[in-house]
Design a protein around this ligand. Sequence first.
Ligand SMILES: [Ca+2]
Length: 184
Amino acid sequence: MKAFVTTISAAALLLLATSSAPAGRPAADAPCKGQIHANPGFERGTTGWTAGPRIVVLGDAARPAHTGRAYATFAGLDVTRTDLLRTTVTVPADCDLTVRFWVRTTTTETSRGDYLNVGLAVTGIPPKTRFSLAFDGGSQWRQYAMSTGTAPTERTATASFVASETAGNGVTAFDVDDVTFTLS
Ligand SMILES: [Ca+2]
């Protein structure tokens, strides 16, 4: 795993070194269009994300990513703990932002002890949990979506994934991939 992470980092550095900055892109009249996160599928590790110490990004042939090689996983350890994965984007005035993401759940849990809360905090709106995904969400990748709505001013939007696990009832791993931030 360590070797893989090193490879990813090297690849990320290479990308940084070879791609020039998007110079001259006007910020003022950004169109409400396109996917705006630089690392939606974790192919560059946790670049662009705030990740807790136990969130790892894996490339595992036995547990393939939704797309690409990597995904974020809240690995089940059967201990009582909470882990956070979070990122923030800017939503231009008069734009709507739709956050789409894929989750896969692998569990040996026998009670409702483990869950993944997905939230969206938007400037001017109290933070809100949009999805509370339980341990029995299924072992196939499944897509979810949440939106900010529009506003006349520029805002920030923070998407957060908070996994909670309790010890003693079994192990749950929540995998997350392809978290896209699309303006419209
Ligand atoms: Ca991926």
